[in-house]
Write a new protein. Structure first.
Length: 93
């Protein structure tokens, strides 16, 4: 699996310059994954990452429903607890 996640304002493909504050506002890693259907958890086994905090094994709960995959993880940001929700929607041809 491979993931690259960033806000739309971080995109420089159109040649725009982004503020310095956004230059670190992204994440990306790749590796393998294992699905535990009993617990409804996917475990990403990270092989390479742009952040040290995203290494080793990362567990996320998942929900697959109506062509949409939602991954949920708990973490911290600036010392405060946060819940991260990633949603992918299957495109129909």
């Amino acid at each position: 699996m491979f993931g690259l996640i960033m806000p739309e304002a971080r995109n420089q493909a159109d040649g725009r310059t982004i503020p310095e504050a956004l230059q670190r506002d992204y994440t990306g890693y790749y590796g393998t994954y294992v699905i535990d259907t009993t617990r409804q958890v996917v475990t990403h086994r990270v092989l390479a990452s742009v952040r040290a905090s995203e290494s080793g094994s990362i567990e996320r709960s998942y929900l697959l429903q109506d062509g949409q995959l939602t991954l949920t993880a708990r973490g911290t940001r600036d010392g405060a607890p946060v819940t991260y929700v990633l949603t992918w929607r299957r495109l129909e041809p």
